[in-house]
Write a protein that binds this ligand. Structure first.
Ligand code: CDP
Length: 230
């Protein structure tokens, strides 16, 4: 069998559409591993900021400099843990500083080329749910199941804030967060290399009014159908 551990499920979508949490839950349900590709771009961004590399020069990064940043994705029980020079950094990957710069890092062609091999390797045996912006178009164009998540900007902003704060976000906070998400979406969609794009054969899923469990069940059901047909 070409993929002894199962099929590949690719989940793409804009910032805050719930890709990572959905992918993680789908992977757990299927007994697959989860690959959060955004975490790798976040790891490189954190490492470059810590190393004091000026963001205006990130477009000159080479494979050698990137390797020197010491970012690696270590296979863990159900996914990949991002380490920086061997140390765990999970909590810092989603900081406001990283959020603000990660799209700049992700737009650098050398960065994407450098990560592509590592991301593809994670899918060699199949049995993987991978999420990101270009999983169904560039990383795993032959994935057996591709899902493209969309959600209204204000609902994405509301969900993002609920994750990171206590209590209910105010309409003003939701507007500000929506503005940040819109800026990142614009950068991710307009870059020349691997922009955020729905693959022609991706199933479109609007989660604006879907409850989390329902969207997970929907994808798991499709994945089981595709598993049975391969
Ligand atoms: O969770 P959220 O959607 O906010 O972000 P993420 O999935 O952690 O990705 C962070 C950033 O990494 C995105 O805004 C993209 O700029 C970049 N990214 C990418 O370019 N390609 C991917 N496959 C995954 C992430």
């Amino acid at each position: 069998m070409e993929r002894p551990d199962g099929i590949i499920v690719a989940i793409d979508g804009p910032a805050g559409s719930g890709k990572s949490s959905t992918a993680k839950a789908v992977a757990a349900e299927l007994g697959y591993r989860h690959l959060d590709s955004g975490a790798f771009y976040r790891g490189l961004t954190l490492a470059a900021l810590r190393a004091g590399l000026p963001p205006e020069r990130w477009d000159q990064l080479t494979a050698r400099t990137l390797a020197g940043l010491g970012v690696e994705g270590v296979p863990a029980a159900s996914g990949y843990e991002i380490r920086l020079h061997g140390a765990q950094v999970a909590g810092e990957l989603r900081s406001p500083e990283v959020n603000a710069r990660v799209s700049l890092m992700a737009a650098v062609p050398a960065v994407r080329a450098w990560l592509l091999g590592a991301l593809r390797q994670a899918g060699e045996r199949g049995g993987l749910v991978a999420d990101g912006r270009d999983i169904g178009t560039v990383v795993f164009p032959d994935a057996e199941l591709k899902v493209f998540l969309v959600c209204s900007t204000s609902e994405r902003a509301r969900r993002r804030l609920l994750e990171s704060m206590d209590g209910t976000p105010t309409p003003g906070q939701i507007r500000e967060e929506a503005e940040r998400l819109t800026q990142r979406d614009a950068l991710d969609s307009s870059r020349s290399v691997a922009p955020l794009l729905r693959a022609a054969d991706a199933v479109l899923l609007d989660t604006s009014e879907l409850e989390f469990g329902a969207q997970v069940r929907f994808i798991v059901r499709l994945a089981r159908e595709r598993e049975a047909n391969t």
